[in-house]
Design a protein around this ligand. Structure first.
Ligand SMILES: [Zn+2]
Length: 44
């Protein structure tokens, strides 16, 4: 049943930047819903 866990993560929708629609690297989820480019604009 381990394959079910793999499928679960594969089926997770990719995050998209709310500003430009770029896909967001999951490692950056702590940054919210903006990609690197837009993060620099917002100066968080
Ligand atoms: Zn963006």
């Amino acid at each position: 049943m381990l394959t079910n866990v793999v499928d679960f993560f594969r089926n997770l929708p990719k995050k998209q930047c709310v500003q430009c629609g770029e896909h967001i690297d999951e490692q950056h989820e702590c940054y919210g819903n903006h990609c690197d480019n837009c993060l620099s604009d917002h100066d968080l």
